[in-house]
Structures are given as C-alpha cells and as structure tokens.
Ligand binder design. Structure first.
Ligand code: GLN
Length: 385
C-alpha cells in the first residue's frame, strides 16, 4: 500500500495517552483532590531553588557537557559507592538525563533490536513496553504474584532463553509499592549468569523505602551490576518532578552505547539545575532523610483510612498506597476510578491499566506525597464511601 500524505502507519497502534496525563487532566476538570499522578503538592527546599537562581545569575545558562556536569557525576559516583559498594567512573559510567523516563527509553533504544525478547513484570510502569515496541523488540510479560506482588523466579527461568536480551526490574515498585529482597536479587543473578542479557533496573524510588528495610540496588551485586543500567531520579528524591532531571549509571561498555543515543535524543540536560544539584547533593541528609519523611506520610494516611471500607497492605516503598475496594463496589477499576473523580472528588490510578490484558483486582493506587491537610481531606472522602 502506498503511503498517501497524511496517512500514518502507527508504530504504536495500541497506545493512547498515558494514564497519568489522563487522570490528572480529569482531576483538574472536576476539581478533584489529585492523588493519581505521583508528584508532591508541597514545595521543594528553598535552598535548592536559591541554588538554581544563583547558578543562573552566575551565567551558567549554556549547554552542559553532553553526559552531564562532571561535579554532579562525581558526587553520584561517591553516593553510589557509599550506599551500594560499587565504584563507577564518573567520566565514563554516569550520565545525567532528562528524567527517569528518558533514561529508560535511551537504555532500551541503545540495546534492543528487532525480535529481541524483553521480560517485564506486570503490573508494569507504562513507559517500558512502548519503548520496547518502537525498538522492534518483543515484550514477554510475567505477572507479579498478588497480594505481595512478588516475582516467581521459576517462571522467569522458564521464559529465559538465548533471545532474552533484557530484563526490566523496578524496586521499590511502581504501582504496587512492593520491593525486591536480597534473595530476589540472588535468584536473578543465577538466571542471567553466563548470558549476555542486560538489565534495566528502575530504582527511581531508591530513597523511599520503609520500616528499616535496605534498598537492594543491583549495584550491590557485582554479577548484576556488570550488566545493568541503573536508573534514578532527582525529581522523586528532591520533590522536583517538574524539573525532569534524573540519571543513569552503567558499566563503561553499556554506557558508551547509552550515550550514542542520549546525545541525539536530548544532547544534554538543564545546566543551572545541574549546578544546583551538585551543591545540594553534598548534604547527605537531603536524601537519607527521605525514607523517614515519606514513612511518616504513609503512616499518617493509612491511619486515617483504617476505618474505611478499603483493604490494604502498607506500601513497603515508593509514595504510593494500593487500596483494594472489593468490599465497597463491584465496578471495573477503570470505571470506579472515574466515578470517584466525578462523584466523590478524588482521583487515583486504576491498576488494570498496567497489564497488557487488563487484570482487574479491584485495586486503586493513591499517591501520598501530599501535605497533611490534603491527605486528611482525601481520607475524609475515602472513609465515607
Ligand atoms: N511516575 C509518575 C507516577 O507514577 C508519573 C510520571 C508521569 O506522569 N510521566 O505517577
């Protein structure tokens, strides 16, 4: 068939608009409390804003180096080594990106070819599959086991073969708030050993982990680290999701491929913000205090909704709490989420959209990165349902 002007053969025929835009837009339309898309409704640190202003006034307003400001990469190398024990060379193994999503897309674009298989775990964050599809790869879906949303490693072993070019893991996990244990990482290590499978480890919530649990970065496991792109996000860590700055850490050979794509996708990232982050990151409390900060919010929120009709298991990490509404309503989760916006004035994210074939467990995701007053108002609504 010839292509006529205006005729587009979509590369992503089944993809619509991401659920986060859809729900935030609807929340605004109906003036609902927005606990759907994950972002804080409180301000980031004034000091950080001042540092950005200062960097601008000092004249740091032109292109940053393609892989990012060296001073910032140096600090990230120290942070990664101190927390997880693996040394990365800031010169060749760390790149500053325009957020986590760009880093994930770039890692996939740089490594996945036509018909390569990529294993992802459902419910899966929604940016993985489209990136695989654009690259011509084949997504292999495995389900996390409810109610813990844990990985069945025997199933992974069964699906693993010589075409498995990549496995994407995510801990702490969005949308479920579950985390991977050391045992999980050892299992993964066993499966990928002696293969050329690459790992994308989405660790954007690395500092938001609760109840004294330690974050199991792939960087703690040398046989995983040697084949992994680790993705992280300043937006999550410093309450600045709108700045869209994140980073990727990977061994030299992988990072070289990553940068070949990165330089033509974004070239480089916002300069004054990188200067500010390079100062702000020097104070370790700015990220080490985050777990306690969000644990307090989680506990505040779940305490308020204990007496509601929702059932839940407290999130182990991230700033999302899953709530099971099966005792309240029999609607599909997508319908129920829309009803809650229109009729009750509260927005959440239905979990079925994170599956390639909708699995409706009657679960909604609520973001608790909010002021106490917002959480109180939200809980007030949820307790009346
Ligand atoms: N990561 C955010 C969430 O899970 C959404 C980011 C986005 O909207 N792209 O809600």
């Amino acid at each position: 068939m010839p292509l006529f002007p205006g005729t587009v053969h979509s590369k992503l025929p089944k993809i619509g608009t991401t659920i986060f835009s859809t729900m935030s837009k609807m929340a605004a339309e109906y003036n609902a409390i927005n606990l759907s898309q994950g972002f804080p409704d409180f301000s980031c640190s004034e000091e950080l804003i001042k540092l950005v202003n200062e960097a601008m006034l000092k004249g740091n307003n032109q292109y940053a180096p393609m892989p990012g400001l060296f001073a910032l990469r140096e600090l990230l190398a120290v942070k990664t080594e101190t927390l997880y024990g693996t040394k990365y060379d800031p010169d060749t193994e760390i790149t500053i990106t325009a957020g986590g999503t760009q880093a994930i897309y770039t890692a996939i674009a740089a490594t996945i070819r036509e018909d390569d298989e990529v294993i992802i775990f459902e419910p899966a964050y929604d940016c993985y599959q489209p990136a695989i599809e654009v690259a011509g790869g084949k997504t292999v879906y495995l389900q996390l086991k409810a109610p813990d949303y844990s990985i069945n490693w025997e199933e992974v072993q069964k699906m693993f073969n010589h075409r498995t070019r990549m496995i994407i893991i995510n801990t702490p996990h969005n949308p479920t708030g579950s985390i991977l244990s050391e045992q999980d990482m050892r299992q993964l290590e066993k499966i990928v050993k002696n293969s050329d499978t690459v790992i994308v480890s989405d660790e954007v919530y690395e500092h938001i982990i609760f109840d004294g649990t330690v974050h199991q970065s792939v960087a703690r496991f040398p046989h995983l680290a040697e084949r992994s792109f680790i993705i992280s996000s300043f937006g999550k860590t410093f309450h600045t999701t709108g700045w869209k700055v994140g980073y990727c850490v990977a061994p030299k050979n992988l990072m070289a491929e990553f940068r070949k794509v990165h330089q033509f996708l974004v070239f480089s990232v916002n300069t004054p913000i990188q200067f500010a982050l390079a100062e702000y990151l020097k104070q370790k409390d700015n990220y080490l205090g985050l777990a306690r900060f969000y644990e307090t919010k989680r506990d505040f929120f779940i305490d308020l909704i204990k007496k509601s009709g929702f059932q839940f298991k407290p999130a182990a990490g991230t700033y999302f709490q899953l709530l099971d509404y099966s005792k309240l309503n029999t609607d599909k989760d997508t319908d129920y989420a829309i009803r809650l916006i229109k009729e009750s004035g509260i927005a959440s994210i239905p979990i079925s959209v994170f599956y390639h074939k909708p699995v409706d467990n009657k679960m909604l995701r609520f973001c608790f990165a909010k002021k106490e007053e917002t959480l109180e108002k939200a809980a007030g609504i949820l307790c009346k349902l």
